[in-house]
Design a protein around this ligand. Structure first.
Ligand code: MD3
Ligand code: FE
Length: 235
C-alpha cells in the first residue's frame, strides 16, 4: 500500500518532480512500445550477452547482470569501473543503440549530442543495487536517461552526499526517468525488485536501460570519415 501522506515521485507530473533535475515520466512507453523495446534488447543481448560484473579490487560479484550497446559500454571488474568499446567476455564491439532508444534520448534529454553508452541492467527477483553515485562519466552536463521494463522496483534516491536524506519511489515497466542538473550526482540504488508485478518478461525480473554520455562533446573521438573531412577543413 502506498503511504497516503507521502506521495511517490511517480504520483507527480514531470514538472512537479523536477525539484533538482529529476524528471519522472510514469508510463512513458505504452505496453506495445515496451514489447518493441524488449525485442530490441533481446537482439542486443544475442550479440552481447549479459555478464556478471565484479567489484573493483575484491572481485566480489554484483547481483545485477549487465551488458551494453553503443560506441562505449560501462564495465566493472577487479581492475575498476570504466567505459570501454568492447564486451569484457566476447571482446567484440558493443552493438549499436536501437533506434527506439535514440528516439527516447532525443525526446527527453534536452541535450545537443547523442548518447554514447546504453548500460543494460538485468535484475533477477533477488538482485539489488547498493547506494552509489554515477561518476565515471567525464561529462556531468549531460543527463542520464533511464527506462524500466518488467517487474517494478523500489528505487532510492538521496542527495549528493551519502548521508543526505533519501526518498523511495516505485519504478514500473515503461517508466522513464531523466537525471540532470543537481540530481546528476545524487546517490541512488535499487532496494528491491517486486516479483510478479509485470508479465512483460516471461522469466520475471527487471531490465533497466540507462543512456549516457561518457566523454565531453569536444573531446569525442571523431569517426574516421568525419575526421578526414575535419582535416580537409583545417587545410
Ligand atoms: C544517474 N541503475 O546502472 S537507473 C546504474 O535501476 C543505476 O538499474 C539503476 O543506478 C537501475 O548506475 C538506476 C536511473 C538513475 C537513477 C538515478 C540517478 C540514474 C542516475 C541519479 C544520478 C545519476
Ligand atoms: Fe547508478
Amino acid at each position: 500500500m502506498k503511504n497516503a501522506n507521502q506521495p511517490e515521485f511517480s504520483d507527480l507530473s514531470p514538472a512537479e518532480a523536477n525539484g533538482g533535475g529529476l524528471r519522472v515520466y510514469p508510463g512513458y512507453l505504452d505496453r506495445e512500445r515496451q514489447h518493441g523495446l524488449l525485442m530490441a534488447v533481446r537482439q542486443v543481448l544475442a550479440a552481447a550477452p549479459l555478464y556478471i560484473p565484479r567489484m573493483p579490487k575484491s572481485g566480489r560479484p554484483l547481483t545485477v547482470r549487465m551488458s551494453n550497446c553503443g560506441p562505449l559500454g560501462w564495465v566493472s571488474d577487479e581492475r575498476g569501473y570504466r567505459y570501454q568499446t568492447t564486451h569484457p567476455e566476447t571482446g567484440q564491439p558493443w552493438p549499436p543503440i536501437p533506434d527506439v532508444l535514440i528516439a527516447t534520448w532525443n525526446e527527453l534529454a534536452r541535450y545537443a549530442h547523442p548518447p554514447q553508452a546504453c548500460l543494460i541492467n538485468f535484475y533477477a527477483p533477488a538482485a539489488k543495487m547498493g547506494l552509489h553515485q554515477d561518476r565515471d562519466e567525464a561529462d556531468f552536463a549531460a543527463p542520464v536517461v533511464s527506462l524500466s521494463l518488467g517487474d517494478s522496483c523500489l528505487f532510492r534516491i538521496g542527495g549528493s552526499r551519502r548521508g543526505d536524506a533519501s526518498r523511495s519511489l516505485r519504478l514500473h515497466s515503461g517508466d522513464a526517468v531523466v537525471l540532470g542538473g543537481d540530481s546528476r550526482l545524487a546517490f541512488h540504488g535499487v532496494d528491491r525488485i517486486l516479483p510478479g508485478t509485470s508479465r512483460l518478461l516471461a522469466e520475471g525480473g527487471r531490465f533497466n536501460l540507462t543512456l549516457r554520455r561518457a566523454t565531453p562533446p569536444d573531446i569525442e573521438p571523431l569517426r574516421p570519415r568525419a575526421a578526414a573531412a575535419h582535416r580537409q577543413e583545417q587545410r
